[in-house]
Structure formats: C-alpha cells, structure tokens
Design a protein around this ligand. Structure first.
Ligand SMILES: [Zn+2]
Ligand SMILES: [Zn+2]
Length: 258
C-alpha cells in the first residue's frame, strides 16, 4: 500500500467518525449503508488505480531518464521546482475536472460521482473505474510533460486525498474557518455548491486542492445558505439507482439530465 492510500484510510476513518459527532446536515440515518455503497465502488476504482501503478512509475522514470521537464528551461532551485510542479499539477486537475463537465463523453462517467444524493466523506472516493482509468493515463502524460518527480507526485496525492475527504465531508466547521480556507484550499462549502442538483452550481467550483483556479478562471461560486442545497441528479436519487451495479452501468444510459 502506498503512503497516500494509508493516509487516505486514516483520514477517512477520522472524518467519518467526526461526521457522526458534528454533522453539518444532521439526521442522516443510513450513513453506514450509504458509506458501504460508495466504498464498494471505490474498491473497484481503486483496483484499476493499483493496476495502473506500473504505468505511473514508468512515466516518472521516462521523464527522469530523458531529463524532461524539471523546470529545465528556467533553471530554478529543485525545491522551488517541486512547488511549481505541485501547483501546475493542481491546475491540470482543475482543467481535467472542468473537461469532465463540458465534454459529454467524460460527463457520462463523472456523473456517477455527482449522483450521490447525500454528500459525505465517502463520496470523495465514489468514482467510476473508467474515469479513474482515463484520468490515470492523462496523469501519466502530465508527469512526463512536467517532469514531476515521484516524491512530488506522492506528496501531491497525499495532500489531495486529505483535502478531498475534507471538502466532501458532512462536517460542521466554524463559518469563519471555512471562509478563511476559501482563499487557499477548497473547503466543504465550495464543494457542496459543486454537488448541487442545479446545473449552474454544479458547473462551478472545480478546484481539487487550491480554490484560486476557480477565482482566476471565473468558475468561483458561493451561496448565501448551504443548508438548503439538494445534492445529486434528481432522477437518480432513489435507492434503486444507488446500487453499485446500477452506478457501474450508468455511463451507458442516455444523457437525459443535461
Ligand atoms: Zn464534478
Ligand atoms: Zn466531488
């Protein structure tokens, strides 16, 4: 198990525990059944991720062997270069997420993530395996282009898993803390807007770690209140649609919600 997976498991356990103690949306009765449904999908997507690991390692080695990227043209300190590639990779994640909403073929798979009618930490791991497959292949290309070292990529994955578990969580955190975090990272409030069942809200707040990409590229959106958001995609809210096998088959159904 790599370090980011271990950090993710510990963070998931901790956040899930806290969600039971200090929930933002109180009164959810089927937290465990909901979590298990999401985790069963996460397990399949995770296996795809594990199978793709050799390709990721090969991409990093390829970049190192041919001295690609690594900020060569601007010759900066290795630490500054690491920070730069970390930030640029997050910009790529922003662009990739936005493409998933814009391109109908990609939306077919990404909508599985958005059909969760009850957002919590387990939603952070709910992805269709084909989305994981495509994103991993594209990540490999980015690793080569940026010449991102394995250690920087491992750090990115570790920070990312903690931030996405946090911003999907059903945690009640002080509003001033959430507002303060908004200047740097994506806090729960922004990602709740992203999971709204209203399309103009779903098509905003695409950030993964950093929130400033949304401010920079005009997709930043907040709300006056967050308690009245309805999550999911209307017609797929029923328990029947939420079964893992139905979710795996969902991309192959007509795109009738857009
Ligand atoms: Zn999305
Ligand atoms: Zn999400």
């Amino acid at each position: 198990m790599d370090s980011s997976a271990l950090i993710g498991l510990i963070a998931l356990g901790l956040v899930f525990l806290l969600e039971g103690l200090i929930p933002f949306y109180a009164g959810r009765s089927d937290r465990y059944a909901h979590g298990l449904r999401n985790l069963s999908l996460a397990l399949i997507a995770g296996m795809v991720g594990v199978l793709m690991t050799p390709l990721l390692s090969w991409s990093v080695q390829l970049a190192a062997r041919h001295d690609l990227g690594r900020c060569n043209p601007i010759a900066i300190h290795p630490v500054a270069c690491g920070v730069l590639t970390f930030v640029l990779f997050d910009l790529w994640m922003y662009a990739w997420h936005r493409m998933n909403h814009r391109i109908p073929f990609l939306w077919r798979f990404h909508r599985v993530h958005h059909t969760d009618p009850a957002l919590d930490s387990t939603t952070a791991l709910r992805f269709h395996p084909v989305e994981v497959l495509i994103s991993t292949v594209l990540n490999c290309v980015l690793l080569v282009v940026l010449g991102m070292g394995l250690e920087v990529f491992a750090l990115y994955k570790s920070v990312m898993v903690v931030v996405i578990l946090f911003h999907h969580s059903n945690l009640r955190i002080p509003p001033h803390l959430d507002h303060g975090l908004r200047w740097v990272i994506v806090p729960p409030s922004l990602h709740r807007v992203h999971h709204s069942n209203l399309r103009w809200e779903t098509d905003s707040d695409y950030g993964t770690i950093f929130s400033f990409w949304d401010r920079l590229f005009g997709s930043y959106r907040t709300r006056r209140t967050y308690h009245d958001i309805r999550f999911g995609i209307g017609r797929y809210d029923s328990r029947d649609w939420q079964r893992p096998l139905q979710l795996l088959a969902l991309p192959f159904r007509p795109l009738d919600e857009r």
